[in-house]
Ligand binder design. Structure first.
Ligand code: CAA
Length: 455
């Protein structure tokens, strides 16, 4: 299957991510089938898309006409055979349960055309294991979007053990045709790149509060107004869904051990159905004003603890060769709208100090999460995550020839020779809309939209 062969996309699951992905695909000009297990769920998802398109039009990100034609491209369906009979790509965004997903993939294998590609939006589950539940493991990969899909620019494209090069290339092209920036994830590791950084960060935020070291207001004030994240850590947790964060963490805990022991605070919020925006209440009350993050409660201790967590997790991704520092920074900046990537931020803060902080915390608490990773120790000894490669993580160093064109990924020296984060023909691409009119999909009517880019 080539990108030019793709006309119809089926999205399985009409929840937050599923309907968001369906909206992105329809905005890109594809015919989209949105499928869920009953009429109520699929209708709810469809109405959410209608709301979102209305909002984008209200904010003048798209025209009213584009909002209307985009909605017309989406067909809500319940029957799985009807949903997949003529499809080219199935993007699965159903409940994060391996058994349920495997059952659905077995049905899907029977219903979908032989050459259709299957891509899973799982936040963390093994792409290899999922692919083995299908009749086409080589036509299977991860395609991980970020919440809200219509606003976040990143898509992680994850290679499972059986994924063919052709499938990876087509899905990378597909993500680009969605006006997203794909980053190839080279190892099928729980959490991939961005959740491997964000989820432990969220867990540490919870431990700070659980241990009475800081309040939710202090953590959010620090993350938003000192570290420059677009939302406070707890505000982000509410946006993502506390059940989703806990699920990823539990999976990382199962597969990778006690380092990822979930904080009881997070577990209590989930047990009490305080899941975040979607249930009206999480760490903040969305029926009564929502998140109100104070600008004046920043804390040096919170900043240091969270940066130490970022440094440790960045070290693990590099040590395990999941991605080099430049790709990690790129992915986190695009997937979570960080102003600066974790490798660069931690280099600037000083890896020696952050390593010392982890060692002190480990001595004081004995908790596995404070064991410093080899990747961090090596980078600290080298003088920084970028020191070895003659890079300092400055965006300017990676800028393309014009202001509207930038390199998606520069591959540091020690990674050269391995495949870069983007395909061989797409190491540099424009993110401006004008360039997209000459894309492979020039025959499909494409609305002009900036909504795929995070602000
Ligand atoms: N469609 C359309 N509009 C939407 C929307 C959607 N899906 N979601 C929110 N909006 C609207 C809001 O209703 C709001 O409208 P009003 O002002 O009328 O109330 C408006 O968008 C807010 O947008 P702004 O541009 O004014 O606000 P902002 O600059 O704060 O941007 C944001 C919002 C893009 C969400 C930004 O806060 C951000 O980037 N946050 C970080 C989100 C993030 O990190 N996501 C990744 C999470 S991890 C993940 O998803 C992976 C996983 O597997 C769990």
């Amino acid at each position: 299957m080539d990108i030019d062969d793709i006309e119809q996309i089926t999205v399985l699951g009409a929840g937050t991510m599923g309907h968001g992905i369906a909206e992105v695909a329809a905005l890109a000009g594809y015919e989209v089938v949105l499928r869920d297990i009953n009429d109520d769920l699929v209708t709810e998802g469809y109405e959410e898309i209608e709301w979102s398109l209305g909002k984008l039009a209200e904010k003048e990100r798209i025209s009213d006409e584009v909002a209307e034609t985009t909605l017309e491209r989406i067909r809500p369906v319940v029957d799985i055979e009807e949903a997949t009979a003529n499809t080219d790509v199935v993007i699965e965004a159903i409940v994060e349960d391996m058994d349920i997903k495997q059952e659905v993939y077995a049905d899907l294998s029977e219903a979908a055309p032989e050459d259709a590609i299957f891509a899973s939006n799982t936040s963390s589950l093994s792409i290899t294991d999922l692919s083995e539940a299908t009749d086409r493991p080589e036509q299977f990969c991860g395609m991980h979007f970020f919440n809200p899909p219509v606003r976040m620019e990143l898509v992680e494209v994850i290679r499972g053990e059986h994924t063919s090069d052709e499938t990876m290339d087509t899905v990378v092209d597909l993500a680009e045709s969605f006006d997203k920036t794909p980053v190839r994830v080279r190892k099928d590791k729980p959490g991939f790149i961005v959740n491997s950084i964000l989820v432990p960060l969220m867990n540490e935020a919870c431990w700070l509060v659980e241990s009475d070291t800081a309040t939710i207001a202090e953590v959010d004030s620090t993350t938003k107004y000192d570290m420059g994240m677009p939302m406070g850590a707890f505000e982000l947790g509410d946006q993502v869904g506390n059940d989703v964060t806990l699920h990823v963490l539990e999976y990382m805990h199962d597969v990778l051990g006690d380092v990822y022991e979930p904080c009881p605070l997070l577990q209590r919020y989930v047990e009490n159905d305080r899941l975040g925006k979607k249930t009206g209440e999480g760490f903040y009350d969305y029926e009564n004003g929502g998140a109100d993050v104070p600008a004046d409660q920043t804390s040096d201790e919170v900043r240091e603890r969270l940066l130490a967590t970022l440094a440790n997790e960045t070290g693990k991704l590099i040590e395990k060769e999941v991605a080099p520092p430049a790709d990690i920074d790129e992915a986190v900046k695009l997937g979570a709208a960080f102003p600066s990537g974790p490798a660069k931020q931690c280099d600037e803060a000083g890896l020696d100090g952050l390593l010392g902080k982890l060692e002190t915390l480990h001595e004081e608490t004995g908790a596995a999460r404070y064991e410093a990773s080899d990747g961090l120790r090596t980078a600290a000894a080298d003088g920084g995550f970028y020191a070895d490669d003659g890079e300092d993580g400055n965006d300017e160093d990676r800028a393309g020839p014009t202001s509207s064109t930038r390199s998606v990924s520069s591959t540091p020296a020690r990674w050269s020779g391995r495949s870069s984060s983007t395909g061989p023909t797409s190491s540099t691409r424009s993110i401006s809309n004008s360039s997209r009119s000459s894309s492979r999909h020039s025959t499909r009517s494409r609305p002009t939209t900036t909504c795929g880019q995070s602000s």
